[in-house]
Design a protein around this ligand. Structure first.
Ligand code: ZN
Ligand code: ZN
Ligand code: ZN
Length: 151
C-alpha cells in the first residue's frame, strides 16, 4: 500500500488547494476560497446543499447552489476535492499534491469517511477496464461499513 507524508492539516490545506488551482491556470476567487473553507470545515462527506448552506451562512447572504456546484466540480477536476459517489457527497482532498484514485471507506452509522490509497488495486482496476478497450477515467472504489469509532 502506498503511504506518503503529503497529508495536510486543515490550516494549510487551503493554501495547498490554492496553489494547485493556480498551477492549473485557474483563479482562486473569493467565492472559491469560501467554498473550499466551508467544505474543509466539515469532517465528513457533505452534499452540495450542505456546502451551499455553510457558504451562505458564512457570507451572510444566499449563495446560488448552481455556483457552488460548479466550483465543487472544478475542485474535483483539480484534485483538491473528491466525490464520494455512494454518499452523493463531496470531501476536501487531504493530499491535493498527490494524485490517487482514493478508495473511500464510508461509515453507515455516522456518515464519516476515511480513505486508503492503494495504487496497485486501482491500477489493476484501470488495467482490467483498459483490457476490454474501455478508456478508464476515474475508478470509483468505495467500501460501505462501520468505522472503528462506531464499531
Ligand atoms: Zn500519495
Ligand atoms: Zn487518497
Ligand atoms: Zn462511524
Amino acid at each position: 500500500m502506498h503511504t506518503h507524508g503529503q497529508h495536510h492539516s486543515r490550516d494549510d490545506l487551503a493554501t495547498a488547494a490554492q496553489g494547485r488551482l493556480l498551477a492549473a491556470g485557474e483563479q482562486w476567487t473569493p467565492l472559491r476560497a469560501q467554498v473550499f473553507a466551508a467544505l474543509a470545515g466539515f469532517d465528513r462527506p457533505v452534499s452540495a446543499y450542505d456546502v451551499t448552506d455553510a457558504v451562505s451562512a458564512a457570507a451572510g447572504r444566499r449563495i446560488a447552489a448552481n455556483s457552488v456546484y460548479r466550483i465543487l466540480d472544478l475542485f474535483v477536476a483539480n484534485n483538491v476535492a473528491a466525490r464520494v459517489e455512494s454518499a452523493n457527497a463531496f470531501i476536501a482532498n487531504v493530499h491535493p499534491d498527490c494524485p490517487h484514485d482514493c478508495i473511500f471507506l464510508v461509515c453507515d452509522r455516522c456518515g464519516g469517511a476515511t480513505h486508503v490509497d492503494d495504487d496497485r488495486i486501482t491500477g489493476d482496476v484501470r488495467a482490467a477496464a483498459a483490457a476490454t478497450g474501455f478508456r478508464p477515467v476515474r475508478p470509483v472504489i468505495e467500501v460501505r461499513g462501520i468505522c472503528a469509532d462506531c464499531d
